[in-house]
Design a protein around this ligand. Structure first.
Ligand code: CUA
Length: 345
């Protein structure tokens, strides 16, 4: 009959286990929360709340891991079979006390994470009245943005990058004409699918001025990996200046506007064009393919890019720009034709 270890022996065992747990917990804590910056910096109010839950969850994981690892490591060394010992271990029939404890504690912890998460979801979905709205279009394989709160033509401009003022609550109204995409800014933490046929909403209050990547996180076709863009978070005066510059381009019209549309639509990300200082290498070099093309041919390449494919490039990579309003498409074509004519002369 097995004898219960004496009290002093058990106390020694508990102290050794406790010390081992503390050491393992401390090492895990340093690796997971201090030594390595696993996450990019956080740059939104919503992201800060998400990070709090993340830290809470990681803290729970560290404690649970430390206890489990300590007991495992202790058992491996303490109860190792002696050389030549081929006896079976003693049969054990569970331990009701321990089973109750290891059911109740995780239940409490998981419920706490669930309740806190639900509160944060509600807080993050709550936006004050009078927030700014930005329309986002995700299509294979580009992002474009539009500011419906502006007036007199600026509200029709499709922008190739997202520019927003710091500290102002925003609601993105996101649509897709083709397949499911997903809008993600790592520094903002929030992520939201963009689904054809419905409008999805993304609420955010940027807290840090800076330039952050926008990444499509839904496998959406051949060009998914290049479906990236950026958001520029500016101070309020810088943002007003940016809007004023766009306003001036709209008012000027013609090739001036066309050059702006070229920048807005993000053409430079894929194409090289001397006149625009663009050096993209994903698509054909415009300085070499544009000369000799009529305005109608340029229009076809924009509206129906798969109609004629330049040798060495694949079909289905360039998105159609057929939905760009005519009063921007026309200046863009004028700009493109004009920019290489200038080159030839
Ligand atoms: Cu759009 Cu992936």
């Amino acid at each position: 009959m097995a004898q219960r270890p004496r009290r002093s022996v058990r106390n020694k065992l508990y102290i050794q286990l406790l010390l081992l747990s503390v050491v393992i917990g401390a090492v895990t804590f340093v690796i997971s929360l201090i030594a390595i910056p696993w996450l990019p910096k956080v740059a939104s109010e919503q992201g800060e709340r998400i990070d709090d839950i993340y830290l809470f969850t990681v803290a729970i994981c560290i404690v649970v891991f430390a206890v489990v690892a300590a007991v495992s490591v202790y058992a491996v060394f303490k109860f190792r079979a002696k050389p030549g010992d081929i006896e079976d271990g003693k049969p054990i029939h569970g331990h009701t006390g321990i089973e109750i404890v290891w059911t109740i504690i995780p239940t409490i912890l998981v419920t706490a994470i669930g309740i806190w998460s639900a509160i944060v979801v509600v807080q993050n979905d709550d936006l004050p009245e009078g927030h700014r709205i930005v329309n986002v279009e995700a299509r294979q394989f580009a992002w474009s943005f539009n500011y419906p709160d502006e007036a007199d033509g600026l509200n029709d401009m499709r922008m190739g990058e997202l520019v927003v003022p710091v500290g102002e609550p925003l609601e993105l109204h996101m649509r897709s004409p083709d397949v499911i995409h997903a809008f993600w800014v790592p520094e903002w933490r929030q992520k939201q699918d963009v689904v054809p046929g419905i409008t999805t909403f993304y609420r955010i209050t940027p807290t840090e001025v800076g330039v952050y990547p926008i990444i499509c996180t839904e496998l959406c076709g051949l060009g998914h990996s290049v479906m990236r863009n950026q958001v520029r978070v500016l101070s309020q005066p810088d943002f007003d200046a940016w809007l004023a510059e766009k306003r001036a381009a709209v008012d000027a019209g013609g090739a001036d506007l066309g050059g702006n549309v070229f920048a807005n639509l993000g053409c430079a990300a894929c194409h090289a064009l001397d006149a625009a200082g663009a050096t993209g290498a994903v698509g054909p070099d415009l300085d070499s393919v544009l000369p000799g093309q009529s305005a109608d041919q340029v229009r076809q390449s924009l509206v129906d890019p798969n109609a004629v494919i330049t040798e060495g490039f694949s079909e289905g990579i360039m998105p159609s720009f057929g939905s760009v309003p005519e009063d921007q498409l026309e200046p863009l074509i004028e700009y493109l034709v004009g920019s290489v004519e200038a080159l030839e002369n």
